[in-house]
Design a protein around this ligand. Structure first.
Ligand code: HEC
Ligand code: HEC
Ligand code: HEC
Length: 361
């Protein structure tokens, strides 16, 4: 067949206008009731899977998934994901079943994806589907915690899930956070009734300086401190409840740190805490954190879980840990730390007793 190149060129040139005209007169049905055409569905799936696969190539996968942080990830899943994706014992709502595309029950589908692919989907979300991105792009550690949780999901029974996501006060916190008792029940899902934290990824709130707790809640809600896990509960509680929440946790008795660590590591940590690392411009930590007359915005570090301390120091060093208006002081202090210092400091502070000094309030 003889093709007239000229005619073909003209046809191609006017095609975009035809498509726009068709869209303008309402030719394309954007209603979700009738589903996609088979070909559209095929194409969208192909595009989504291929994009995830390709972008996942650039993801740096950690040696081991952070299983120690599964608890807060489960707590977040219960509020931020289960409504669309179901959870053990909690089916998707009938409303969600009519979404297009329908969010899958993840217990049945996570096996189809690699760790890097899950990371990519959870961090960035999926356009045109309603699947949201992680609330902050600064916290890869939190996204990995969610991936670690998702890996366990297919084999997780209802009791285990409910314990991880809701803790002891099963059912009392049905999502509402309007009154102080409701908000406290929400906090307890991750921080425990005693404020000690339900696992090593959670900071101890019990006995912490009230001013620091209050300003930290504000920082999470106003994005001065990036955390997808904490921004949701801080915003849900709201500024009118923050002062009472801070007062409540500050008044609880502090933890009694215990356990033995590698003595050499603890010794090295103590040395840095007391004297700093002169050649790397690391100041003595206790110069700020150990003083009785310190500002109430300098938190107590003693007795915090080692993994939590390590994460926070890593974030400060990378310039990703905001905080209160004094946060920049700490970012400076952490700049010169190497990984071994961080491990040693975490070992030392997690085992040292909370300073009898409650800072001046
Ligand atoms: C508003 C509903 C909604 C919420 C909330 C939501 N998602 Fe999704 N998610 C979706 C939809 C819709 C898809 C399907 C995308 C597709 O098929 O292309 C999806 C896809 C996924 C996938 C890929 C699964 C697969 O097999 O296709 C993962 C993993 C996932 N979501 C994890 C999460 C996590 C973790 C959260 C909470 C942090 C979350 N989602 C919150 C709607 C949601
Ligand atoms: C889904 C789990 C979860 C819930 C629910 C939760 N938290 Fe948190 N909280 C965390 C995690 C994880 C962190 C550490 C976040 C980070 O890396 O900055 C944290 C950190 C904090 C901090 C900062 C402490 C410090 O030492 O810097 C405060 C204050 C806090 N939470 C208060 C609350 C209050 C008050 C509530 C209830 C309204 C609450 N949290 C609910 C998981 C949770
Ligand atoms: C100049 C004073 C100063 C020095 C020196 C200092 N810090 Fe801090 N540190 C702070 C302040 C202020 C904060 C609170 C940051 C914020 O606003 O959230 C903080 C926060 C922290 C936190 C986070 C606590 C939490 O609950 O999230 C850790 C961990 C910490 N410091 C450890 C150290 C270590 C280890 C050293 C020594 C290498 C050190 N700090 C030196 C002022 C200091």
């Amino acid at each position: 067949m003889h093709i007239s190149w000229k005619k073909l060129a003209i046809a191609l040139a006017i095609l975009p206008f035809v498509v726009v005209l068709a869209a303008w007169i309402g030719f394309f049905n954007v209603g979700a009731s009738s589903g996609h055409w088979k070909i559209t569905e095929w194409f969208l799936h192909l595009a989504m899977r291929s994009a995830v696969r390709t972008y996942a190539l650039a993801v740096d996968v950690p040696e081991a998934l952070p299983r120690h942080a599964i608890q807060p990830a489960a707590g977040h899943f219960a509020r931020g994901c289960a409504i669309c994706h179901a959870a053990p014992g909690e089916p998707r709502s009938p409303v969600v079943m009519r979404m297009l595309p329908q969010p899958p029950d993840l217990a049945g589908t996570v096996g189809e994806w690699s760790d890097a692919e899950l990371f990519r989907i959870v961090k960035h979300g999926v356009r045109f589907t309603g699947m949201p991105a992680w609330p902050t792009q600064e916290r890869d550690d939190e996204v990995w915690a969610m991936v670690a949780f998702l890996r366990e999901l297919p084999s997780m029974d209802e009791a285990t899930y409910r314990d991880l996501a809701y803790g002891e006060r099963l059912g009392t916190a049905a999502g509402a956070t309007e009154t102080l008792p409701q908000a406290l029940a929400d906090c307890a899902r991750c921080h425990g009734e005693d404020g000690f934290g339900r696992g090593p990824a959670i900071p101890v709130l019990a006995g912490q300086s009230e001013a620091y707790l209050l300003e930290s809640l504000r920082a999470y809600a106003e994005e001065g401190r990036a955390s997808g896990l904490m921004s949701l509960p801080a915003i849900a509680a709201g500024p009118q409840l923050w002062p009472d929440l801070a007062k409540h946790f500050a008044a609880l008795p502090a933890t009694q740190p215990g356990g033995s660590g590698d003595p050499a590591l603890v010794r090295r940590g103590k040395e840095i805490a007391e004297r700093g690392v002169r050649e790397a411009n690391v100041p003595a930590c206790l110069g700020c954190h150990g003083r009785q007359d310190r500002s109430p915005l300098y938190p107590s570090i003693a007795g915090q879980p080692a993994p939590y301390i390590e994460t926070q120091l890593g974030l400060f060093r990378a310039g990703k840990r905001g905080g209160t208006r004094f946060g920049h002081l700490m970012a400076n202090a952490a700049k010169g730390l190497i990984d071994d210092d961080i491990r040693a400091l975490a070992a030392y502070f997690s085992r040292s007793a909370a300073p009898s000094a409650t800072a001046t309030r």
